[in-house]
Design a protein around this ligand. Sequence first.
Ligand code: PLP
Length: 443
Amino acid sequence: MPQHRLSMEEVYRTACEVIPGGVSSPVRAFGSVGGTPVFLMAASGAHVLAVDGSRYVDLVCSWGPALLGHAHPDVVDAVKSAACHGLSFGAPTTAEVDLAGMIRARVPFAEKVRFVSTGTEATMTAIRVARGATGRDVIVKFAGCYHGHSDALLAAAGSGVATAGLPGSAGVTAASAADTIVLPYNDVAALEEVFAARGAEIACVITEAAPANMGVVTPLPGFNEAIRRITREHGALMIFDEVLTGFRVGPAGWWGLEAGVDAPSYTPDLVTFGKVVGGGMPLAALGGPATLMDLLAPLGPVYQAGTLSGNPLATAAGIATLALADADVYTHVDQASLILRHAVGSALTAAGVPHRIQTAGSLFSVFFGEDAAAHGVRNYDEAKAADTFRYPPFFHAMLDAGVALPPSVFEAWFLSAAHDDEALEDIIAALPKAAAAAASATA
Ligand code: PLP
């Protein structure tokens, strides 16, 4: 680790000269909270270390992957050991077979699994399978759900796009946008209506298992079941995007929590994973029954490929992470989340800030404002209508006190098995000042 300390402003200025916006992914630029992005040089357990020497309790956890905490020694050892045997082969490995088996053991309807490198590829490929299986072009997504940055899925895509204040993205052709129907989340009537009108054209409905890219918006009871019923009635597929929730909110993701693994109340056709499944390395996956997955090349006509797909280092990190992610880990993260939610709620209430904390398992986020407090937030319009202006001062007060929150109100807060009592106490100690900053914010 470098010992010399750098000036954050200077690093950012230099970065902006050679990288657009100084960052490799837009939300890192602090666009919606203002100020200079924090450049990191190391992370361990519940903490991250910035290039200027500042140390923060981390509530981003690499946007999800660090379920066990940063740089868990067993995961690091697994990657080191894999690296010693070669960085990439471009050939199949038994490790991929092992990881696919671990995924299927947790999520049995994922009978077969195809590995890719990013969540974007996983959802893009799942859409292609759905189109290949049905011979239909149109897809349905929900406003505020983010499924990565492939053309067809960028419409009304939640956090990153919302943070940048963009309605969608330039560079997406009218033709590819025209095949995407965007509906309000949690609205069964809207889904019924669109299927009544265009059911025969619709290849699939893709949904975040529990949305966490417009802030956390819990699916209303029965909403996922309704998607299942309606898609089945019309011969369309249901794609469950668990890139963010998969193996994070429980051993079998949101599906396991909500539907139940043993006698599931619903089962999607395809599921996508990312983040935790790669243990912090670039690995993602899609899974489903053999009848659908065997449509993929080389067995079937749906093409998908990747030079680094199933990369041995990423696969080793995924195997080590899933092997360690036992019931104790999930219990710990759930408990830490409960403690923190309670503390955040108490601090905001004490400061007189109306708010609502919404959860999906251990994931949560805070919506500010009277309406959010009174009615909760059920969709993207309601998320955007909340008092989002209260978040930047809240965020910066926490940062000044050594706590790194996600730099957007539309993102979930992530905890890990490494967030122990000391880390939680440090976060809790910072809350009153941050709540006061949120209270005095003006629109
Ligand atoms: N799907 C969901 C639900 C996500 O949250 C994300 C990323 O945050 C993606 C897909 C895209 O994953 P990636 O950033 O690995 O391409």
